[in-house]
Design a protein around this ligand. Structure first.
Ligand code: SAH
Length: 257
């Protein structure tokens, strides 16, 4: 079954690129979003005005040209964050100032906590910097949290679109885990109750005695061992019925002989 994308955050989360220089990166970011089920791309003051229509951007977007074409181009980060409830600034370097820095998984978990508590309309934004200079301190300070992908300390700067991909993937995993169906409670796989299991042990014991496999005068540890075996298996209702059926037929056969 395809994973559920019912979570509204797939449709509302904004991926914001601040002043990107290379059209190819904007296209590749659109592709990264779409592969992870997202669609909101916002570009702040790109170096090339109509960057989303550049052939290189379209080529790198590949089948995500719809996400690229629908991208919003705005003038400032403030515009991009209008209506947003929680924003994460992505930075390749550690910062002296600004909000506390977290790895992406923790940052995404915190963001979900914060946007869900602001009602189901809480919009999240992930903010990425320019290829050469990254995000300015002013941009970072405008965001609610700071995240850093714990890359090779000697070479920690990822390509812009690849950083987008990592965050889109982490957010996807978090959102899918939130909507995962709970363990099935259908009667077919319902686990057996304690009473059912005790009834089964009594029945099984009678059958083993009837077979002369178990000597009631010298039972040793047989029933304890069987209890240990079955307790490891997580017995289901239907399985207990099968074991009781076997015990019943053993008893019928022994009686007949
Ligand atoms: N030379 C720039 C790096 C820019 S890379 C600098 O030192 O900031 C372009 C963007 O990709 C960054 O602004 C950031 O948003 C993202 N990025 C790249 N590597 C990252 C990392 N290790 N952790 C988090 N974001 C990263």
């Amino acid at each position: 079954m395809a994973p559920s994308q019912e979570n509204r955050a797939f449709a509302t989360t904004r991926f914001v690129l601040v002043e990107p220089s290379h059209p190819g990166n904007v296209g590749a970011a659109a592709r990264a979003l779409k592969t992870m089920g997202f669609s909101q791309l916002v570009v702040v003051a790109p170096k090339i005005a109509f960057v989303t229509r550049e052939p290189e951007a379209i080529a790198m977007a590949s089948g995500a040209d719809d996400v690229l074409a629908a991208a919003h181009v705005v003038e400032t980060l403030a515009d991009a964050l209008s209506g947003v409830h929680w924003s994460i600034a992505l930075t390749a370097r550690t910062r002296e100032y600004g909000p506390p820095q977290m790895p992406p998984r923790a940052a995404v978990a915190k963001a979900r906590e914060m946007t869900q508590s602001s009602g189901d309309s809480g919009t999240l934004a992930l903010v990425f910097g320019n290829e050469r200079v990254g995000l300015s301190n002013a941009d970072v300070e405008r965001c609610s949290a700071l995240a850093h992908i714990p890359a090779n300390p000697a070479y920690s700067s990822l390509n812009l679109a690849q950083a987008v991909q990592v965050l889109a993937y982490e957010l996807r995993l978090t959102l899918l885990a939130e909507t995962e169906p709970q363990a099935t409670s259908s009667s077919e796989h319902a686990s057996a109750s304690n009473d059912e299991i005790e009834g089964m042990y009594a029945h099984l014991e009678q059958a083993l005695v009837a077979l002369d496999f178990l000597d009631p005068a010298n039972p040793k540890k047989l029933m304890s061992r069987l209890r240990r075996l079955f307790s490891r298996s997580g017995l289901e209702h239907e399985e207990v019925n099968i074991l009781r059926g076997i015990a019943k037929h053993v008893l019928m056969r022994v009686k007949r002989n």
